[in-house]
Design a protein around this ligand. Sequence first.
Ligand code: ZN
Length: 319
Amino acid sequence: MQAIQGIHHITAFASDPQANADFYHSVLGQRLVKTTINFDDPGTYHLYYGDKVGSPGTIMTFFPWQNAARGRRGNGEVAAVGYIIRPNSLSYWQERLKQHGVVVGETQQRFGETALSFQDPDGMTLELVATDDPATIAFWNDGSIPEEMSIRGFHGATLWVESAAATANILTEQLGYTHDQTDGARSRYRGASADVGVTLDLLERSNQPRGRMGAGSVHHIAFRTVDDAEQEAYRQKLSAAGMMVTPVQDRQYFHSIYFREPNGVLFEVATDAPGFAYDEPVESLGQSLKLPDWYEPRRALIESGLARLVYPGTDKVIS
Ligand code: ZN
């Protein structure tokens, strides 16, 4: 059983699905790689964005609830999601985001890297972290952003926690993360990979309120395992450590187990396989509504309950 390599995907709540798709696909240049439904709530879309094929470490996913109230950031949640960009593309992104009406703050220096912070249409905090670290992705050639300027997958995520020690213990003792650096209240941990989605920052905020879930809130963060056997080994190890781990859930494109770590952040351990080309070719990923077999008989009813969604940048309604 190898140490966790890093982040597999991050899942958040949004409000308007079209605004969400337009922002992530067209503004950030993250390909809409899967249009499906929330398997636990089939009246809601589940939209996935990533590199050309939706490689683990690049996948940001959303449950958009039309007219959902915004969440409130607080302890016990992932409070910021970081993407890798190359240092020479910082000014490109500052300009691009401004042109799309995104308010861009001052850059911040963090552990020797420059981070540009802004919010998505639902107020979720995103960061573009300028680094020369390796970031192997399947670049999506048909997007609107040149490769040298493009987002290179996840840099990492920042968790707001009441007390960092218990979460740090899960990361290092159960998941194989190593402590990297600490600067004040922020401690950085690294997964075993030297590539995408490696860092996890714990920001300790003692005596601060917990978050309230809503649009713009991260629902959970998923970590990578290679296959079902390794995932089962993690399920047993985490259970033995006192975590309440769910049975394996079939998420069609990966298999998942979930548990809530001691500060209340929902963690998932997901398999790399089978991936997003499981039910449609890479060339047309995301362009039609995909349902798992067990929902296919109810397709007409499900489609009638979903908001109209146009494939970003086109006039083609997704169905
Ligand atoms: Zn997930």
